[in-house]
Write a protein that binds this ligand. Structure first.
Ligand code: ADQ
Length: 483
């Protein structure tokens, strides 16, 4: 068995050019953390885009950048601004993202975007082919790179190729509206193992393979002439230990060690001990249902006015894809909604919504999770939703209530949360009331079960499970060929 190669759109490092010198710092995102056990120094390689376009990299610094990346076990794919506009902001985020999240009306079927997607996927495949040997294990991540498995398979037929989709795979009725539906499926079928977060996404994918390509599918195997492809669900976990230990440390911190953000939250608790804090954290993305959540909050306050001044909604929205028009529209909508509701309902002692539009450091994320009585997450569609899992992991005393949309992949594993339909305001108003009044013993009972499950199937288990299945699948196929 050869080395392991991981491929994702972005490398798990932040490059900084300062006064002609380069620094590459590892990023702390969920995927980077999850792959830690797979991406070990010296034994593996991570290929992806560095975050800087060719135009942004001074020629003279190119070798230094390559060296800095190499030290982190990374190699970059060279992309131009034009590539990023067409492949990333175009096809990935204006065609596939809305379509796969069931926002058919936002999905743009632009030939130029598609051409760019094909050419950039080829660039990724070329980089892999250049850096790989025959018997390597290659793990490709996510919707930006769905053509890569086939492009690599053609040149590296003996490599083990896995693909994992981090977003939902839509039902056949949605997927078939895409003009390049066959090409995308063919691209994925270059893999030996194709993974999804949930059994439903897996089922939707298999149904599209059967109906659009007419291939033989049995249970979760797809039969090709000379090999079989395994399709399975691998629900992604979190770095449970990191979140629970950070929360314990946070709880132990004395007053002088608390962050300014936490001090403000403490002040709030002290001045209004009866007011419940409800938190929601997402990228500012239309799939996360942020505007609907704000409307549902207003509905709740009108239905149960006795909770005015007794609850506060904190919305942390992380800026995302802000040069895609739909995201700009959403930003305006959320700004206006928050302004209107706060304007109409605030009193001298109370502002119903605290809205932060920014990315916060990890320690403030922990401040928010640990200080909030309720987490309210309402995606209209979400591949998994790791925030739901992170909130539960930080509840060291096991109190707290999670209200979670049924449309999130994580809802399948988190039955003890209060599951809601984000389009049903009546149900959400009643559920918020239930969460506010839930007895502590009931909270502890639910969170104990959730924490046990999340700590067992964490992100490392997830990555190892995928890798083991990939290797087994490849061994099985080798037997198949030699029979
Ligand atoms: P996302 O759509 O980004 O991920 P999510 O799974 O919730 O959604 O992950 C967000 C991550 O960002 C969390 O780990 C969270 O801690 C972090 N984060 C959020 N706000 C932050 C802030 N202000 N500052 C710093 N960090 C912040 C995509 C899919 C999901 C799928 C994941 C993983 O859309 O459905 O769960 O990939 O596969």
């Amino acid at each position: 068995m050869g080395k392991t190669i991981i491929i994702s759109n972005r490398l798990p490092v932040q490059l900084q050019i300062h006064n002609g010198s380069i620094t590459a710092t590892p990023s702390v995102g969920g995927l980077a953390t999850g792959m830690k056990s797979v991406h070990k120094g010296g034994e593996s390689l991570w290929i992806g885009w560095s975050g800087l376009t060719d135009e942004e990299i001074p020629q003279i610094l190119a070798p230094a950048i390559d060296n800095a990346l190499k030290e982190q076990g990374c190699a970059k794919v060279k992309l131009t601004q034009n590539d990023i506009d067409g492949y990333y902001f175009g096809f990935s985020n204006r065609t596939i993202w809305p379509l796969f999240h069931y926002f058919l009306e936002y999905s743009e079927f632009e030939l130029n975007f598609w051409e760019s997607y094909k050419s950039v996927n080829q660039k990724f495949a070329d980089a892999i082919i250049e850096q790989s040997d025959e018997d390597d294990i290659i793990w490709v991540h996510d919707y930006q790179l769905m053509l890569v498995p086939q492009l690599v398979k053609e040149k590296r037929p003996n490599a083990s190729i896995g693909f994992f989709l981090h977003i939902p795979f839509p039902s056949y009725e949605i997927f078939r509206t895409l003009p390049w539906r066959q090409e995308l499926l063919q691209g994925l079928l270059g893999a030996d193992l194709i993974g999804f977060h949930t059994y439903d996404y897996e089922r939707h994918f298999l149904s599209s393979v059967r109906r659009l390509l007419g291939l033989e599918v049995s249970f979760n195997d797809i039969y090709l002439e000379n090999r079989t492809i395994k399709v399975d669900s691998f629900p992604m976990g979190i770095d449970y230990k990191k979140f629970s230990e950070s929360a314990q440390l946070h709880d132990a911190n004395k007053k002088d060690k608390r962050s300014d953000f936490q001090k403000r939250l403490d002040q709030h608790k002290e001045s209004s001990p009866d007011t419940k804090l409800i938190v929601s954290i997402d990228r500012l993305d239309y799939s996360k249902g942020i505007a609907k959540r704000i409307n549902a909050f207003e509905y709740f306050l009108n239905k149960y006015p006795e909770y005015k001044e007794k609850v506060r909604l904190i919305i942390l929205a992380v800026p995302s894809r802000s040069n895609v028009p739909q995201y700009q529209l959403l930003k305006r909508e959320v700004d206006e909604l928050v302004g209107r509701i706060n304007g109409e309902l605030s009193t001298v002692n109370w502002t119903p919504i605290w809205y932060f539009y920014r990315s916060l450091p990890f320690e403030n994320l922990i401040d928010l999770y640990t200080s909030s009585d309720i987490a309210w997450l309402t995606p209209l569609r979400d591949g998994m939703n790791l925030v739901a899992k992170e909130y539960i992991a930080t509840r060291t005393d096991k109190t707290g209530v999670l209200i979670l949309s049924e449309m999130a992949g994580s809802a399948y594993e988190m039955n003890e949360a209060l599951l809601i339909n984000p389009n049903n305001f009546e149900q959400q108003a009643d559920t918020l009331k239930m969460a506010i009044t839930m007895p502590v013993e009931e909270q502890i009972r639910r969170n104990t079960l959730l924490q046990n499950r999340l700590s067992r199937y964490n992100v490392e288990t997830w990555a190892n499970h995928f890798m083991e299945t990939l290797v087994n699948q490849k061994n099985g196929n080798n037997d198949f060929v030699s029979r």
